[in-house]
Write a protein that binds this ligand. Structure first.
Ligand code: ADP
Ligand code: MG
Length: 376
């Protein structure tokens, strides 16, 4: 398929921070951008040529997007996969509706990961109440996760006994879930792969991710694991993208267990919070890769220019009554870069921005990043 070149119009479903950083990348490269998002204050709208304000599944809005854009992508997996399939009838779409459908359903996701020959935590798919009447011992203690619409640790319950698991399932309203065995994690890491075709893909350096209350807090790059293990995770991410015949940017989260084995946790069919370090520290960033894959260009080179740490800034850092954090020290640090997403209301747990700190080693960057965060 011929490459799509500037100044073609590119569309994105969703106008949050990921859509915003996609729009920045696309605009910088000379493309035009249309954002579909119902929120008049959608962070991406500030950088878009056009903002269609409508629900993500609005048929007229989707038709308009398909007609006016040379290609359409998405910033989140909870769009209607059928909407992506519908768009694909008349315009270029990446990732495909089929891949989005897999990523938005933990049951389909895990079975695909296993089908690709990669390990997951032992899990039980629970589509109805009968499914949870089996022996649950292999999955306990465990985490019950809703199959759909979970993010940042939402829609999850930690359970110790079969009775607790069944009560938690009822509590979640009896919707489809997976019960996953709680693993003893040594570390969490993620690999982000950009795949244009079977012959053309590129994987970013592995990020080591530290979560707080189920939300990503810090990403440390390079991950502090053996290079061979990092290479293995990158290869697994590539293998998964191949199995899905994926086109676009795919994030793969892994658990590193005590014996240094890797288990795939989940995938996201889009750039990922743990890839924001690439904005500062890689030859090509993950949003430029999203544009390149969408337009049928080759993936850019993913070399790491410097060890880096990314720190997420949640609404919790803002002062009461919405007062801004003290930016002065961070803004003056010559090796730090602040990114704010332009969100009006700071709420606890809400992703407001992030900053990247570069230093000679990952440990130095981490120490400096934490010290900078303490000045806010
Ligand atoms: P989300 O979609 O909310 O990111 P995840 O499945 O990635 O959901 O779970 C969020 C976090 O919870 C993970 O990053 C990890 O820290 C922890 N977690 C999830 N599943 C397991 C598990 N099976 N064993 C141990 N910890 C887990
Ligand atoms: Mg996750």
């Amino acid at each position: 398929m011929a490459a799509i070149l500037p100044p073609a119009m590119l569309g994105i479903l969703g106008g949050g921070q990921l859509g915003r950083m996609f729009a920045v990348a696309a605009k910088t490269m000379g493309y035009c951008v249309t954002v579909l998002d119902p929120d008049e204050n959608a962070p991406a709208a500030a950088f878009a040529d056009r903002h269609i304000r409508a629900p993500y599944n609005d048929p007229a809005a989707l038709r308009e997007l398909a007609q006016s854009c040379a290609a359409v992508t998405t910033e989140f997996e909870n769009v209607n996969a059928d909407a992506m399939r519908e768009l694909a009838k008349t315009t270029r779409v990446s990732p495909s509706g089929d891949c989005v459908a897999i990523a938005q359903d933990r049951i389909a996701e895990k079975s695909w990961i296993n089908k690709a020959g990669l390990p997951t935590a032992p899990y039980l798919a629970i589509e109805s109440v009968e499914d949870i009447q089996v022996d649950l011992a292999p999955y306990l203690p465990g985490i019950l996760k809703t199959a759909r619409l979970g993010y940042d640790g939402k829609g999850q319950a930690r359970v110790k006994t079969a009775a607790e698991a069944r009560a938690a399932y009822a509590n979640l309203g009896g919707q489809a879930c997976v019960l996953e065995k709680m693993l003893d994690l040594k570390l969490e890491v993620s690999a982000i792969v950009t795949r244009v075709s079977a012959a053309q893909s590129a994987v970013f350096p592995l990020a080591e991710n530290i979560h707080k209350d189920g939300i990503l807090d810090e990403s440390i790059v390079p991950a502090r694991i053996a290079p061979a293990l990092a290479a293995q995770a990158q290869e697994m991410a590539r293998k998964l993208a191949d199995a899905l015949d994926y086109v676009g940017v795919l994030a793969v989260e892994f658990f590193v267990l005590a014996d240094d084995s890797l288990v795939v946790n989940e995938i996201a069919p889009r750039p990922h919070n743990s890839g924001h370090y690439t904005l500062t520290a890689c030859l090509t960033d993950q949003f430029q890769q999203q544009v390149r894959a969408l337009c049928g260009l080759l993936p850019g080179k993913t070399d790491l220019l410097s060890p880096v740490v990314m720190v997420n800034l949640l609404g919790d850092v803002w002062k009461e009554n919405g007062g801004e954090p003290n930016w002065d020290v961070l803004m003056e640090a010559p090796n730090a870069q602040l990114h704010l997403y332009g969100k009006k209301a700071a709420r606890p747990g809400r992703k407001m921005g992030h900053f990247n700190v570069m230093a000679a080693t990952a440990d130095d960057a981490l120490e400096q990043a934490r010290a900078l965060k303490d000045t806010l």
